[in-house]
Write a protein that binds this ligand. Structure first.
Ligand SMILES: [Zn+2]
Length: 420
């Protein structure tokens, strides 16, 4: 039976359509972690697990798991996971494609009565997207023991504490500061994801086998000036926090552009979040808060960037009228995927007859965290115009189906190599 057969395409389409409906109606497609719509999607996924006969559970980190137990008695597990939360006004495929692909793989295994020498677990990793608590990948960070008390005690803008939300969804925030004991049983962590870039589409390639995921750093920047009347305070008497911030924004952009050229590796930096206080037309901005996002495959370029940025801020603090404070609020290191799994993904893709390349990811993923404690690797499928984190995000179902076929082939290969 051919995995890309029409039955898989319609299954994948149906499940993506189902999830598409679970969005804030005014703001498609929005399904933020811990929101009402997120809970709704989780109960939907739970029933999908049950329909496939999977054993359903939520682990201490709040990941929703469906396990297909091997008929052979074993603790070994292969994980196929991704996420069903979205950013505000996000897309219908980011994360979702991977969870739906996993459901499709299990359905195929069930229908063909295949017994695997390991348990196969589908994971919906909790809260992959960056959220109001300024943390991404809650579920995988929790699983590997990378959530500390400082992060768990954070409040969001509505005053909700992260650890309370994790407990409410079925996790146990008290046990998240050390790696889970199940990690020793993991044979492989696999993930299918849309590329969220243009490489595959432009080169007309079916599958991207991911070899590395860049480091991600986030810095909060607070610029304090003096609010005042926009009509009476003269231009040379001002401490305008927004004007000072605009200098930082331009500096960051130019610095990143230069370093990306110099390093010849993945290097991007963005200021995409900014709050201006009091944000009124007739008041000089007194305070600005911004978040800097930095992604780098080269450690030395990353260090050079931080160095030059800190120097610039020091100089601005000495010579300017505003007080600037920068704080590192999140860091995930550069990681390489498991070399054996990368090779096996490539072979699987070749055997399925799909064109493929080995590539570096530009975005961060749950798989990056997992790769620090277990063999992990992922594949990309093309998405239209490289658009993601926006409602226009689109991937052809036939392309997701090809990726799903590779995922199944990969499971088959892992099964035969663990039997040998
Ligand atoms: Zn994602």
């Amino acid at each position: 039976m051919d995995f890309s057969a029409q039955s898989n395409i319609s299954f994948i389409k149906q499940k993506i359509d189902d999830l598409e409906r679970m969005t804030d109606q005014d703001n498609p497609y929005t399904r933020i972690v811990f929101s009402e719509k997120f809970y709704e999607a989780r109960s939907w996924l739970k029933s999908e697990y049950q329909k496939l006969g999977l054993k359903v559970s939520t682990d201490e980190a709040g990941n929703l798991i469906g396990i297909l137990n091997s008929k052979t008695d074993t603790d070994k597990v292969v994980i196929i996971g991704s996420h069903i939360d979205t950013v505000p006004s996000g897309g219908r495929f980011d994360g979702i494609a991977g969870v739906v692909a996993a459901l499709c793989v299990v359905k195929y295994i069930n229908e063909n009565n295949i017994n695997l020498p390991f348990n196969l677990a589908i994971y919906d990793y909790l809260g992959e997207e960056l959220n109001d608590w300024s943390i991404s990948c809650i579920g995988t960070r929790g699983l590997i023991g990378a959530l500390n008390e400082d992060i768990l005690s954070r409040s969001n803008s509505s005053g909700n504490i992260l650890k309370d939300e994790i407990d409410k969804i079925g996790g146990n925030s008290k046990s998240l500061t050390k790696p889970f004991s199940m990690i020793k049983n993991i044979v492989a962590c696999l993930e299918l994801h849309i590329e969220q870039g243009k490489v595959l589409e432009q080169k007309k390639i079916d599958i991207g086998v991911v070899r590395s995921i860049p480091s991600i750093s986030r810095f909060s920047v607070e610029v304090n000036g003096q609010a005042g009347h926009s009509g009476t305070i003269l231009m040379d008497q001002r401490a305008d926090a927004l004007v000072t911030s605009s200098e930082i924004i331009t500096f960051v952009n130019k610095l990143a552009l230069r370093l990306s050229k110099e390093s010849n590796q993945h290097f991007v930096s963005t200021i995409g979040k900014i709050n201006v206080h009091p944000n009124a037309a007739a008041i000089i901005p007194g305070k600005v808060e911004m978040t800097i996002d930095l992604r780098a495959s080269s450690k030395s370029s990353r260090e050079q960037y931080i160095n030059e940025l800190e120097k610039q801020i020091d100089a601005m603090n000495q010579n300017g009228s505003c007080k600037i404070e920068m704080r590192n609020i999140a860091f995930a290191p550069y990681v390489e995927m498991d070399k054996e799994l990368v090779k096996l993904f490539k072979i699987s893709s070749d055997e399925c007859g799909f064109s493929n390349i080995i590539m570096d990811s530009g975005a961060g993923h749950d798989t990056a965290h997992l790769s620090r404690v277990a063999p992990a690797s992922m594949i990309f499928v093309p998405c239209k115009d490289g658009l993601s984190h926006c409602p226009e995000e689109y991937a052809e179902i036939s392309d997701i189906s090809k990726g799903t076929a590779v995922l199944f082939k990969m499971v088959e290969k892992l099964a035969s190599s663990s039997q040998n």
